[in-house]
Design a protein around this ligand. Structure first.
Ligand SMILES: [Fe+2]
Ligand SMILES: [Fe+2]
Length: 287
C-alpha cells in the first residue's frame, strides 16, 4: 500500500465518493446490493492507487435509513481511511443521528447541532470545501433554502483567491433521467445566481444520481460522482422506470495544481489486471 502522497508540491488530491447506502451489519440494500462490501472495495482501490488522496469527501446517502446502528457500522469501515474524511447528508440520512455518531467531526456542528442543516466551510490544503445542505428531512427531493443563501454568499466572498469546491447532495441541474429529476433540487436557480457571482467556485460536487454526469452551472462545472455500489440505470426516457444496474462502480479524483487548475478524473473500481506498456524496451511502439 502506498501511504504517501508523492504529488508535486502545491498539488492537492481530493477523492469524491458518494451514495454509500450502508445498512447495519452488512445487510443487503434492495435485498441484493452489498453496499458495505462495495465501500470496502472502494477504499481498497483508493489506498492501492499510485497517488494517495490528501482527503476524502462523501456527498450524502451515507447510510440507507439514517439509524444509529447504520452510522456506527459506517464509522467502523471509514476508520480504515488514514486521511481526513468530510461527510455531508443526503436524502437517506438523518442529521441528528449523523452528528451523534460522528461527534468528533467538528465541522458537522458549524451551523448548529441536532437537526440543523449541515452547512460548513473547511480548508483542505490550497482548496476550500463548502458544504451546502439542501436536503429536506423525510423527502427524497432537495430544496435550496433562501434563508441560507446569505451565509453561502458571505462564505464564498470571504476568500475570493482560494479555489473552492461547493458540495451538495442533489445535483442542481436537470439530468434527463426522469424519475431522478422528479426528486431533484427545487429552486436551483437561486443557488445558480449566487454561484455565478463567485468565480472562485471551481466545481459543484454532488451525488444522488449514482452515475457520473456533468453540466455547466452558474459559470462553473457541476458534476455528480458514480456510486461505489449500484448505479442508476442510464435511461433518458422521461417515463423510464426507477431502476438500478450493477455497472462498474467508481468515484472521482479531483487534482488541484496551481499551474493547471482543477482536473477531475473518474476512477473505476475493480480488478482489471496489470498495467501494460505501449512501448517495447527499445522505445518502439508495440505493433
Ligand atoms: Fe443515493
Ligand atoms: Fe440521494
Amino acid at each position: 500500500m502506498n501511504t504517501t502522497n508523492d504529488n508535486p508540491a502545491g498539488t492537492y488530491l481530493l477523492a469524491h465518493i458518494t451514495d454509500l447506502h450502508i445498512k447495519a451489519g452488512g445487510k443487503l440494500s434492495y435485498r441484493m446490493v452489498d453496499t458495505a462490501g462495495a465501500l470496502r472495495r472502494c477504499i481498497a482501490s483508493l489506498l492501492a492507487a499510485p497517488q494517495q488522496p490528501d482527503s476524502v469527501v462523501i456527498t450524502g446517502d451515507l447510510v440507507d435509513f439514517g439509524t444509529e446502528e447504520e452510522y456506527r457500522f459506517l464509522r467502523g469501515i471509514l476508520q480504515t481511511l488514514p486521511m481526513p474524511v468530510r461527510l455531508l447528508p443526503g436524502n437517506h440520512d438523518h442529521r441528528a443521528t449523523l452528528r451523534r455518531v460522528f461527534a468528533d467531526h467538528d465541522y458537522l456542528f458549524a451551523n448548529g447541532d441536532g437537526d440543523a442543516p449541515v452547512h460548513y466551510s473547511v480548508e483542505a490544503g490550497p482548496l476550500r470545501l463548502v458544504a451546502f445542505d439542501c436536503t429536506v428531512p423525510g423527502k427524497p427531493g432537495g430544496q435550496v433554502d433562501p434563508a441560507a443563501l446569505p451565509w453561502l454568499e458571505a462564505t464564498l466572498a470571504a476568500e475570493p483567491g482560494r479555489p473552492t469546491l461547493l458540495m451538495l447532495h442533489h445535483p442542481p441541474f436537470h439530468t434527463g433521467i426522469g424519475h431522478m429529476d422528479r426528486q431533484g433540487l427545487a429552486d436551483a436557480a437561486l443557488l445558480e445566481a449566487v454561484v455565478r457571482r463567485h468565480p472562485t467556485v471551481e466545481r459543484v460536487l454532488c451525488g444522488h444520481l449514482h452515475r457520473h454526469i456533468t453540466h455547466r452551472f452558474g459559470g462553473t462545472i457541476a458534476m455528480t460522482a458514480p456510486g461505489p455500489a449500484h448505479q442508476v440505470t442510464l435511461d433518458l426516457d422521461p417515463q423510464a422506470a426507477s431502476r438500478f444496474r450493477m455497472e462498474p462502480p467508481g468515484y472521482l479524483l479531483h487534482q488541484w495544481d496551481p499551474a493547471h487548475g482543477l482536473v477531475s478524473h473518474a476512477a473505476v473500481i475493480g480488478d482489471f489486471g496489470a498495467d501494460h506498456p505501449f512501448f517495447d524496451a527499445a522505445g518502439k511502439l508495440i505493433d
